[in-house]
Design a protein. Structure first.
Lengths: 287, 172
């Protein structure tokens, strides 16, 4: 949490010191809203921290610090409503926007920020799950379904790490810089010894490059959210590369209702589909 | 013999003053040229790599040209300090604190300080435009400095040597 809190102005950081060490370890999010006290999310529930209200200028300063005073560097991700800071912590941004020709141009005033704390949990991927994907006769493509906050990214990262360390040439299309969190070219999170990463590039483009240039045995795509992402997964699979991907959905029925994913299902890329439950248990829902 | 030594010392010291004045003009021209090339580097880094300002400053702090390194090392040190001061302030302070030592005049420093209102704050195009504007203003400063070097530099050197000779003649 300390690393994620680095982007906060000094006074707000001091407020966080009120959290017990055990709570700091469990903290999932730090939320800042203009005119409201700072809150942290612990075990899925928001908790108000005593202290003064967060000022709007502090939100602006937090974002400036998060973007290293370089709006141009983060312009594209800001237009998608987030920035990822060192360590892979993602900051969601809300506020008054400037829109041009139907597209978000910039934020004129920030009203709230949500700092999602990236955490590596080694062992998040159980042995049984790894064995289901890496069977004796090769790698299987798998899709993980869950709503936000259930640990899809953590699970994918750990699977990538374990498979990579077992000798599988792995490639990460890390569009949001959350899987590997590259900093000056080095992953801040352990993603395995045989892993190549493209960070910050749209997943579809990154996947194409990885398949063409790094000849991976496994491509990891976190959060398939667009037609292009789905096509990239199909492209990788058709090139003989196994694909590990995740998508937002409550369950398989919910997933199948979404038009975006129909093509993906028809192409039958994923031999295994898993759901992550509220208890973070991973269950196979289709094989 | 002593007279001869005295004559040489007087003329030599006056010539030295003239040469040092000329060197100041030359170093002004050099540092302006260097800063224009720095602006080109900044523009290139921004447009091609979307490099963040701290990374940019870190690169320039490692520049082999001492005047450039001096300014950007000072800026890098202040940026690494975790305080509540803005990047605009730190950028301006580095140029104000080190500009003169690096051989810049007040006007050059003002041009580079103006750039701080744009660097890192707006989209790429707006930053590129502000860099282009600063570049054209610095190029004008360079033209003036070059003209000064040609005219005044020569005058200072000649006048100082002449003043030394005159003093020798008066003393004799």
């Amino acid at each position: 949490m300390q690393q994620a809190a680095q982007c906060l102005p000094a006074q707000l950081r001091t407020t966080l010191h009120g959290l017990a060490h055990s709570e700091q370890i469990q903290c999932e999010e730090i939320r800042l809203r203009a005119g409201q006290p700072l809150t942290v999310t612990l075990r899925g529930r928001e908790r108000l921290l005593s202290g003064r209200e967060v000022m709007q200028e502090e939100l602006e300063e937090t974002l400036r610090r998060a973007t290293a005073y370089s709006v141009h560097t983060f312009a594209d991700s800001l237009r998608q409503g987030f920035v990822t800071v060192r360590g892979g912590h993602r900051i969601g941004v809300c506020g008054q926007t400037a829109v041009q020709e139907g597209h978000l141009l910039s934020y004129r005033h920030i009203s709230s920020l949500n700092i999602r704390i990236a955490r590596q949990i080694k062992g998040a991927a159980a042995d049984a799950l790894v064995q289901q994907i890496h069977t004796g006769d090769g790698l299987r493509s798998a899709l993980f379904l869950a709503p936000p906050g259930r640990g899809k990214t953590t699970l994918l990262r750990d699977l990538a790490r374990r498979l990579s360390d077992s000798g599988v040439r792995t490639a990460l299309a890390d569009e949001r810089a959350e899987l590997a969190a590259l900093y000056e070219g080095k992953p801040q999170l352990d993603v395995g010894r045989h892993t190549d990463v493209i960070d910050g590039c749209p997943k579809a483009e990154a996947a194409m490059i990885l398949v063409k240039t790094m000849s991976p045995q496994l491509v990891v795509l976190d959060e398939i959210t667009s037609e292009a992402d789905a096509q990239a997964a199909q492209y990788a699979a058709h090139c003989g590369t196994a694909v590990l991907a995740s998508a937002h959905a409550w369950n398989l029925e919910d997933f199948l209702l979404r038009p975006l994913y129909r093509g993906l299902m028809e192409a039958q890329i994923f031999s295994h589909i898993f759901c992550i439950g509220a208890d973070r248990q991973v269950s196979l829902v289709r094989q | 013999m002593l007279k001869m030594i005295g004559i040489v010392l007087i003329i030599g010291s006056f010539a030295g003053i003239g040469v040092s004045q000329r060197r100041q003009f030359r170093s002004h021209v050099t540092v302006l040229g260097d800063l224009i090339s720095v602006l080109d580097v900044i523009a290139g880094e921004l447009s091609y790599h979307l490099t963040s300002v701290p990374e940019l400053v870190k690169k320039l702090a490692a520049d082999s040209r001492p005047q450039i390194a001096l300014i950007f090392r000072t800026m890098q040190d202040s940026m690494e300090r975790d305080d509540s001061l803005s990047l605009t302030f730190k950028w301006m302070k580095a140029f104000r604190d080190c500009g003169q030592e690096a051989g810049l005049n007040e006007e050059d420093i003002a041009i580079l300080c103006d750039l701080s209102e744009f660097i890192g704050k707006y989209d790429l195009k707006a930053q590129q435009r502000s860099i282009d504007y600063a570049r054209s203003r610095l190029s004008r400063q360079l033209e003036i400095a070059s003209a000064e070097l040609k005219s005044k530099g020569m005058v200072y050197r000649t006048c100082c040597v002449a003043a030394g000779i005159l003093l020798v003649l008066v003393l004799l």
